[in-house]
Design a protein around this ligand. Structure first.
Ligand code: ZN
Ligand code: ZN
Length: 385
């Protein structure tokens, strides 16, 4: 088990990272910090994959089996509301998703596995940039993560404040949703607001379109398939007495399967074009698929559940958690390799703010638990003969 000395060390690393947050593909000092620690453990980290990614490889014994353990290292563009000593020193940025803790836990596991061994095979420690918004996971795969560091399976973990500390969850199948964005531009003839009959009212069309888009989830997608369609922006018009020639709607779509994504995109185009046509206007849709759904391989999820049960006890393990409609770019790694993504309970008894809240702070009491999981998982996946 992870001892008090390593827990204290991980806590210091975590708080240092919390105080120095960096966002998507700009995690230069974070990558340097991670690489320095890995070198202290005797590893030879590779830098530069996906710009600011760091990967270190540890091999023991003679087995050809290899696994990857992944932590995300990036922060968010949120001004921190906390005032404690390790609060962000960078205005406008903070670790509000606990990736500082993920980084510290994987470093702790790397230190233990380097000194203690106890496995036969190869483990790659993957420190991935830009999980938030920018798809650093995709960038690492495209930059050749799995070619440069061949592995049979890859594993991920996220701290989960909605689950009490000491509990864990992993599901076979979907854990997190896909993340798509869309933009609909309505175009028509602008006109004097007092002479609407001489133009095409794209704002009236936009209003009807917002309402009609909600029929996608209620009338087009199978009621047993989860989907969210949210219009999050509307832009149009500049003054009191003009009906503008264009209006723009933007938003996001979440789902758990590409079939649902296909249905939503096609239906959205049909509704937008149809409503625009009814008003004599035209609609163009730009639909962009950012992250696929995070879907655990059932066999790997069962394997991780076994490791978690051994560490946390059957009573503290949920093997059928409700998936959430948030997204996670570990999906890009899972799309290429078998593996599983687990939630590590991190909730405090007095309650915790949600992820992405300006008062969020990773629960340091979760550090030894997460490091233990990585170590146990490695030894179970790469058993000594
Ligand atoms: Zn996040
Ligand atoms: Zn996160």
């Amino acid at each position: 088990m992870t001892d008090d000395a390593l827990t204290a060390e991980m806590t210091a690393w975590r708080r240092h990272l919390h105080a120095h947050p960096e966002t998507a593909f700009e995690e230069v000092e974070t990558a340097r910090f991670v690489a320095d620690r890995l070198r202290e453990f005797g590893l030879d980290p590779h830098l530069g994959l996906a710009k600011t990614g760091v990967v270190a490889t540890l091999k023991r014994g003679s087995s050809n089996r290899a696994i990857g353990l992944r932590a995300d290292i990036d922060a968010l563009d949120i001004p921190e509301a906390n005032t404690f000593g390790h609060a962000s020193k960078t205005p406008g940025k903070m670790h509000a998703c606990g990736h500082d803790g993920h980084t510290a836990m994987l470093l702790g596991a790397a230190k233990r596995l380097t000194t203690e061994g106890g496995f036969d095979g190869t483990v790659h420690f993957i420190f991935q940039p830009a999980e938030e918004n920018e798809g650093g996971g995709r960038a690492m795969v495209e930059d050749g993560l799995f070619d440069a560091f061949p592995m049979d399976a890859v594993y991920g973990m996220h701290n989960w404040p909605a689950l009490p500390l000491g509990t864990v969850a992993v599901a076979p199948g979907p854990m997190m949703a896909s993340f798509d964005v869309f933009e609909i531009v309505l175009s028509g003839r602008g006109t004097h607001a007092a002479m609407p009959h001489l133009g095409d009212d794209v704002l009236l069309a936009a209003g009807q379109l917002i309402t009609a888009l909600q029929s996608i989830s209620s009338r087009t997608v199978d009621p047993l398939d989860a989907v969210v369609v949210s219009v999050t922006q509307m832009h149009g018009g500049d003054t009191w007495n003009v009906l503008p020639a264009a209006a723009t709607l933007r938003g996001t779509v979440r789902a758990f399967s590409s079939a649902v994504q296909d249905t939503v995109e096609a239906t959205m185009r049909r509704i937008a074009e149809g409503i625009a046509a009814a008003h004599g206007a035209t609609a163009t849709l730009r639909y962009e698929r950012r992250y696929p759904a995070t879907i655990n391989d059932p066999k790997e999820a069962a394997f991780c559940a076994g490791v978690l049960e051994g560490l946390f006890g059957a009573d503290n393990l949920d093997t059928a958690p409700r998936p959430v409609m948030g997204a996670e770019d570990f999906a890009f790694l899972l799309a290429k390799k078998p593996g599983a993504y687990v939630w590590l309970g991190a909730g405090r008894p007095e309650g915790s703010p949600p992820l992405h809240n300006p008062a969020y702070d990773f629960n340091d009491a979760a550090l030894p638990r997460g490091a233990d999981y990585w170590v146990r998982l490695t030894r179970a996946a790469l058993p000594e003969r």
